[in-house]
Ligand binder design. Structure first.
Ligand SMILES: Nc1nc2c(ncn2[C@@H]2O[C@H](COP(=O)(O)OP(=O)(O)OP(=O)(O)O)[C@@H](O)[C@H]2O)c(=O)[nH]1
Ligand SMILES: [Mg+2]
Ligand SMILES: [Zn+2]
Length: 291
């Protein structure tokens, strides 16, 4: 008789999934059937075919799906996360538009969001970086300042009871944070790369780590682009929380918040209650081709 078990996808390699069972055992799994598009964090049912192998037979309904997209396809990043943590650092420099894109993808899925400013031990660009983050603070996003190397614990309360994913550009310190917050992350890393025979370890794929019974943390590869072709103009408007008080107050109902007279958003920018960078990010995202 086949053994049917529940598990969670902790890493994805093409059509090859690493699934963690409730007892922490890791299994190499393939999906049944030809088509599959599973993400790290997906809850699945497997049929165990060998001590460390299985076939995925079912996918549980997702509570959220964090993904990016272009005109042609969707790129799944993580399923069932309750929180997206955008990691930036005092150096190297980063794109604030990329931050807005990650945050918009989270808003659209009703996933909570927060920002980590890492490497505050490097002070040369600290004030300039704080200024770059000010529009996000004003939009309501919590910003946690820390040094992953010496003070990663500052993030622990925010992660408690959440399934969080760390996202951001390469070199911001996501994996350093994970190693500091998940004591056995390194061991698990070796175990996983050995299990998948993927050679030497680099952050080239997302990986889910358990922090405790109720908390998990996903490390993800550095992002360079974050297309939002799946969002309509209205979706994008709704994905900027600080726009909400002004939406519907423009003179024209179909206002694009560009050059139209009587635009409530541009008036707010003029009055200094809304940030011009965030409005620029809105325009960049809203002018993308839609799927
Ligand atoms: N000074 C300082 N350096 C840090 C800190 N956190 C991380 N670093 C360094 O920043 C570099 C990049 O860190 P990673 O954790 O590999 O960055 P990442 O975001 O995982 O990068 P990708 O996997 O490429 O996306 C490493 O050399 C770390 O040692 C910090 O708090 N202070
Ligand atoms: Mg990394
Ligand atoms: Zn307008």
């Amino acid at each position: 008789m086949k053994r049917v078990l529940p598990g969670v996808v902790v890493a994805v390699h093409g059509r090859h999934y690493l699934v963690r069972l409730d007892d922490d055992h890791l299994l190499n799994c393939f999906p049944r059937g030809k088509k599959s598009n599973l993400a790290c964090g997906d809850r699945v049912t497997i049929e165990r075919t060998a001590p460390d192998q299985g076939v995925i037979t079912d996918l549980a309904e997702r509570t959220s799906l964090f993904f990016r997209s272009d005109e042609y396809r969707e790129k799944l990043i993580a399923a069932n996360v309750t929180q997206v943590v955008v990691v930036v650092a005092t150096e190297p420099g980063f794109s604030d538009e990329l931050m807005s894109r990650c945050l918009a993808a989270a808003e659209e899925q009703r996933i909570g969001a927060a920002i980590v400013l890492n490497k505050v031990d490097l002070t040369a660009h600290l004030e300039a970086t704080r200024a770059q983050l000010e529009p996000f603070r004003r939009a309501g996003y919590p910003v946690v300042e820390l040094s992953a190397k010496s003070g990663a614990a500052a993030l622990a309360p925010l992660l408690h009871g959440q399934i969080s994913i760390l996202v951001g550009q390469s070199g911001m310190g996501k994996s350093t944070l994970v190693n500091a917050l998940v004591p056995d992350a390194r061991a698990a890393t070796r175990e996983i790369s050995a299990a998948l025979d993927s050679g030497k370890h680099t952050t080239t794929f997302s990986r889910l780590y358990r922090i405790d019974r109720n908390s998990a943390l996903i490390d993800s590869p550095g992002l360079q682009v974050f297309g939002l072709a799946h969002l309509s103009r209205q979706d994008v408007e709704a994905a900027f929380p600080e726009f909400r008080p002004y939406l519907g107050n423009c003179r024209f109902r179909d206002c694009r918040h560009n050059t139209e007279p009587g635009c409530a958003l541009r008036a707010a920018v003029q009055q200094g209650t809304l940030d011009s960078r965030r409005l620029a990010h809105f325009h960049a995202i809203a002018s993308e081709p839609i799927r």
